[in-house]
Write a protein that binds this ligand. Sequence first.
Ligand code: ATR
Length: 266
Amino acid sequence: MTDRYVVIGNPVGHSRSPWIHAEFARATGQDIAYGRLEPALDGFDAAVDAFRAAGGRGANVTLPFKQAAFRYCATLSPRARAAEAVNTLVLEGAQTHGDNTDGVGLVRDLQTNLGCELDGCRVLLLGAGGAAQGVVQPLLDAGVATLVVVNRTAARAQALAARFPRITGGGYDLLDGAAFDLVVNATAAGLVGALPPVPASAFAPDALAYDMVYGRDTPFLAFARERGVRASDGAGMLVEQAAESFFIWRGVRPPTAAVLNALRRG
Ligand code: ATR
């Protein structure tokens, strides 16, 4: 029987995950079906229960349910614990295991697709919400030299920094002319066409500017490019986190380059 998977979000109609996983399945010869599930905002647990009862084997979880998924799981991977959020559910009988592949997806895109050397890298993370929280531990594990988190609401960045060793957090005024090799925009500013108040001095020569948002040219990416800084959207992170989820479910690592190229072409 074909194993069934879904992406769960609200809204979820725009999600490219069904297409990405169908491409992975084709490339690896895996017999899976991958659809979409859009529960009401208070309906996450019931939707997963029903999907499991209907034979569902796993799910990706996107906004706004990653924290609900974290609470739902009986067991959690260390990286889901660090993120306090789950984007990958493994459904086995009555049990649910939760993992988080977002951070490893970012790290793999940076290292493999963009040739960014994270070992010894000075990293600035913009934002302190769920998206930022999900990538802190994987960036630390990749050996970054410094990690500074700044946020519009300074207290949120301070609270995030306090949870991890070796990172500093505060408001944008904390930057005070400091330069970074990698600036990652994990704010939701781009989704409303806004620019986080990052100073041009934050970009070291040869820096990379990375926006976790994909499929649109955000003001942050435009700001970086106008200053001669190399800029990338989050399409590669999307594909790489999907590949890691696919590997968790199927035990097979799908090739990602062709899928990423096709996604970029639209
Ligand atoms: P997510 O799970 O996507 O991270 P979130 O938890 O709502 O969503 O967090 C959104 C992040 O984007 C926050 O860091 C937010 O800053 P605040 O904590 O001060 O709200 C940040 N953000 C949203 N709009 C922004 C803007 N226009 N400029 C700067 N930061 C912004």
